[in-house]
Design a protein around this ligand. Structure first.
Ligand SMILES: Cc1cc2nc3c(=O)[nH]c(=O)nc-3n(C[C@H](O)[C@H](O)[C@H](O)COP(=O)(O)O)c2cc1C
Length: 354
């Protein structure tokens, strides 16, 4: 085990409260970004690029299907470092038009016995102006970036569309896809926007402003029927894809849960899979599906892929297992594909429904 191993780093980081640990990890990633030899070292160590996993989506090459889930890089400060953690793409944000502090601390908790995380961050971020300067600074990057957008907490629900309009204008020439986030449990009233009228309005507006692919991210706390209906409405209104799922507010999953915020990680795995599978059954072949929620192994990622996911995302398990997990998922996927006699990931996507 090298001094720089994640096990050693985790021992140090877990001595701090989760938010301080996140800030420290972020400082490390930003320092790494300034040091090309380190970037090269870690990319060689963790990044998997195999033709079996390459996909052309949204007009870009995804060298592997494992991306970073939104919320880790809320301000777009770690974009350069993410391929060195093994990720084939990243999703930055959620970003709001104006900067905002988020909810009162403490608002981030480790549920260690459950290999899970509970957060009530509330879109703490530096606002779209700051994120734009981060994106403008990128002189060269060769992997896909999603931009996840949300409304400010102070914006009333009836003016929510205006926030999204501002954000579509701001980011229309940046990144490779945009995600409408109305599924966070930590902005009061946000999930109420998961209704047909709002979905129709927001995608119609997006189409007028930008040619970027726009995706919808949904919550896991809907019935499959509601999730399918909402997602179908989104696809008919022009959504380029669905991301399922965000964190859950099902606090009955563990006795260790707080009664606020959203749970992610191992506790979410089954719930997220079950909803994703229903979505896959209904929508595979009709739109692009991204699965996220408690993915902790190649086998779990493969389950999502066979249920219809073209891409998967990981957040919580990165905290528990480090970048070796991302490499393990990618190399494991290649093995699983070969075992099933597939030559390319595209043959396995939606295999449950073929
Ligand atoms: C601390 C934390 C902050 C998050 N912030 C966001 C966010 O700003 N926007 C968003 O769409 N999802 C956010 N998420 C949700 C993740 O992107 C992901 O959907 C969810 O955690 C399930 O995946 P996981 O089990 O791999 O973590 C956040 C998750 C965590 C743990």
């Amino acid at each position: 085990m090298s001094l720089l191993s994640y096990d050693n780093l985790k021992k140090i980081l877990f001595k701090f409260d989760p938010e301080t640990a996140h800030t420290l990890a972020g400082l490390g990633l930003r320092a790494e970004s300034l040091c090309p030899p380190l970037l090269r070292h870690f990319k060689e160590k963790f990044f998997v690029s195999d033709p079996m996993l390459h996909q052309e989506l949204f007009g870009r090459t995804f060298e592997n299907p494992v991306g970073l889930g939104a919320g880790f890089d809320k301000n777009g400060q770690y974009i350069t470092a993410m391929p060195t953690m093994g990720f084939g793409f990243t999703e930055i944000g959620t970003v709001t038009p104006k900067p905002q502090p988020g909810n009162a601390k403490p608002r981030l908790f480790r549920l260690i016995e459950d290999r899970s995380i509970q957060n009530a961050m509330g879109f703490n971020n530096k606002g779209m102006g700051y994120m734009l300067t981060q994106l403008e600074k990128l002189y060269f990057f060769d992997y896909p970036i999603g931009i996840n957008i949300g409304k400010n907490k102070v914006t009333p629900e009836e003016k929510a569309l205006e926030d999204y309009e501002t954000l579509f204008h701001a980011f229309k020439d940046y990144g490779d896809y945009i995600v409408i986030n109305i599924s966070s449990p930590n902005t009061p009233g946000l999930r109420d926007l998961q209704n047909e009228q709002f979905i129709n309005d927001i995608f119609a507006m997006a189409k007028r402003i930008t040619d970027q692919p726009v995706l919808l991210k949904i919550a896991p706390d809907m019935s499959p029927e509601d999730a399918i209906a909402l997602s179908t409405t989104a696809v008919e209104a022009g959504a380029a894809g669905i991301i399922a799922t965000n964190t859950t507010i099902d606090y009955s999953l563990t006795p260790h849960a707080k009664d606020f915020g959203g749970i992610s990680g191992a506790l979410l795995t089954e719930k997220s899979y079950r909803l994703f599978r229903e979505l896959g059954k209904a929508l595979y072949g009709k739109t692009l599906l991204i699965s996220v929620g408690g993915i902790d192994s190649a086998e779990e990622a493969y389950r999502r892929i066979k249920a219809g996911a073209s891409l998967v995302q990981v957040y919580s398990m990165l905290i528990y297992q480090g970048p070796a997990l991302i490499k393990e998922i990618n190399t494991g996927l290649i093995e699983l594909l070969k075992k099933d006699g597939y030559n390319h990931i595209s043959e396995a996507i939606g295999a449950d429904w073929k």
